[in-house]
Design a protein around this ligand. Structure first.
Ligand code: ATP
Ligand code: ZN
Length: 525
């Protein structure tokens, strides 16, 4: 940089897109409006003499059936058209096998960054650690970082070969390498680690605030984050606005001289930070969270409801619509197929499946038992992602319940092994994703052990063998379940969980909720 020259640059950012390439039913968000908005913002920044960078803080994958079905191809190709410059790898980039991620990297015209993901047992990074950009004479480095929680919450099979190292040490290492080679003027961390007020990360791995505080001052200038799905807008020091409304001003966090920014989720907002760099100093001139066609509901005098936009509607970009529409139609055709019906609700909400036995878990587990001829079945409640409404059931609905594409597996265990297994899984505390859902088993769990175990109504016998059904996620140790995929009695059916559920729903419709009332699991703590 030159002395006494002011360099302007603008960061445009999103995070936790989760497959939302299309709008929702109310016409909110979606890449077509995002493209129009990004173009406007970028031209505006350029007109003011600055350069712009468009960044995604990760978790592009998983969450919308159309996208999941197509391995997020519309999302990635859409991001190419928007003009994304880089993306950080999020934990959900590991929901599918690494071969899918490699395919996505080939589609993308922008790099997937992570400086702290290594090949297990080696010093080999598995992804590009950073990218360096020249914008109007300013050299800007972007370093990617991924939450170490990925190893705990992702499908163990997909992360077997990887190691995720401490983000603080890896940032220092990457910055030292960058200063020795590229000598950037500005360094940005593009992270998927979460923003936790005042660094209170609870049972999560440390996030952006902890990162900023742990680094020597001047290591980083800005953190563009994701993972916690927050609008990072501070009400006062270390306290974020809990009820941020679209259109309100947004003050990003600042810790140890580092700005921390995050734009909620799903492309609902585009974050825009305008910076001025002068004589080695960086100032933030302006920050905004720009809503992408977000709306609120109002009640009309006649009792009907209308959705009103918070700000003037952003029209969809034509080229983007042309790119995305065939994907949406192709996926829609496959997803809107009717597969059955039910006389009531099958409960799969997060505040149910992570706290108590539910009828939807019964339905899923019985389907898995039928597919594997098992005596009983167990899975994590956290793998059930939504409810099934009363009435007709479409393929789309089942994929929303089980989006992860796990395989249904089974294992033959001796009664004594079953007891050991249950002692672990039946004692996983409520509220955790691992909270266990059971079928054809009753027991009493006291926090440590299990007693009074019956399988299909018969007391468990230690010497007898039993076949247990579960999914490949739990079988390989997901949510801390004991590994059974290395057991001699293990067998993988090769069938996808949602397919197994679909076949069962087809054969048993109309489903009667009265047939799926869970019973017999007692927690004493
Ligand atoms: P984020 O979008 O913020 O990263 P997340 O999905 O990682 O969210 P949670 O919503 O808390 O975090 O869900 C985590 C739980 O989801 C896990 O504990 C597990 O029960 C379930 N889960 C995650 N991945 C899988 C998978 N591949 N198969 C089955 N269940 C899974
Ligand atoms: Zn996410």
């Amino acid at each position: 940089w030159q002395t006494d020259r002011s360099y302007r640059f603008t960061l445009l950012h999103t995070n936790d897109h989760h497959g939302h390439f299309w709008t929702n039913e109310q016409g909110e968000y979606g890449l077509a409006a995002q493209k129009t908005l990004m173009d406007q913002q970028r031209y505006d920044a350029q007109a003011k003499g600055g350069g712009a960078l468009i960044l995604s803080a990760g978790d592009v994958n998983t969450g919308v059936p159309e996208s999941d079905l197509l391995d997020a191809e519309p999302d990635i190709r859409g991001m190419n058209l928007v003009g994304y410059d880089a993306m950080a790898l999020g934990n959900h980039e590991f929901d599918k096998p690494l071969s899918v991620l490699q395919k996505q990297q080939k589609w993308a015209k922008f790099p997937f960054l992570s400086a702290n993901i290594y090949q297990k047992g080696s010093d080999q990074r598995l992804f590009k650690p950073w990218a360096v950009f020249n914008r109007m004479g300013l050299k800007i480095a972007v370093i990617g970082l991924t939450t170490t929680d990925t190893l705990r919450i992702a499908n163990p099979q997909n992360v077997e070969q990887i190691e995720i190292r401490d983000p603080v040490k890896e940032t220092e290492k990457a910055v030292a390498e960058l200063r020795a080679s590229e000598k950037p003027d500005v360094i940005i961390a593009l992270t998927h680690m979460g923003h936790y007020d005042d660094g209170q990360h609870g049972s999560n791995a440390p996030g952006d605030v902890e990162l900023a505080r742990s680094l020597p001052p001047g290591t980083l200038n800005v953190i563009i984050g994701g993972h916690s799905h927050d609008a990072v807008c501070m009400a006062k020091e270390n306290v974020s606005e809990q009820n941020y409304q679209p259109g309100q001003p947004c003050q990003p966090d600042r810790q140890n001289g580092v700005w921390i920014m995050q734009a909620k989720e799903w492309g609902k907002f585009v974050g825009r930070g305008d910076f001025i760099f002068r004589n080695g100093e960086l100032t933030l001139e302006k920050y905004q969270l720009i809503p992408v066609n977000l709306k609120h509901k109002i009640k009309n005098l006649d009792g009907s409801e209308t959705w009103l936009p918070y700000q003037a509607l952003i029209p969809p970009n034509t080229a983007m619509m042309k790119l995305l529409t065939p994907y949406q139609l192709r996926a829609g055709k496959q997803l809107d197929v009717n597969v059955g019906s039910s006389d009531g609700v099958f409960a799969g909400e997060r505040n149910q499946v992570r706290f108590k036995q539910t009828n939807l878990a019964q339905l899923i587990l019985r389907a898995q038992m039928a597919a594997t001829h098992a005596d009983f079945a167990v899975i994590s409640g956290g793998g059930i992602r939504t409810s099934l409404a009363q009435g007709s059931i479409r393929w789309r609905d089942l994929l929303q319940v089980q989006p992860f594409g796990n395989q249904v597996v089974s294992v033959t265990l001796r009664g004594s092994e079953v007891l050991d297994y249950l002692a672990t899984v039946a004692n996983i505390k409520p509220d955790a994703g691992g909270f266990a859902q059971f079928s054809h088993i009753s027991l009493v769990a006291d926090g440590k052990h299990v007693s009074d175990v019956k399988i299909n109504g018969e007391p468990l016998q230690k010497e007898k063998t039993y076949r247990m059904a579960t999914n490949s996620f739990n079988a390989s140790g997901g949510d801390g379940y004991p590994r059974i995929d290395t057991h001699a009695g293990f067998s993988n059916s090769g069938l996808r969980d949602a397919d197994v559920l679909r076949d069962y729903v087809r054969q048993h419709s109309p489903l009667k909720t009265a047939d799926y009332v869970p019973q017999g699991i007692v927690h004493l703590t």
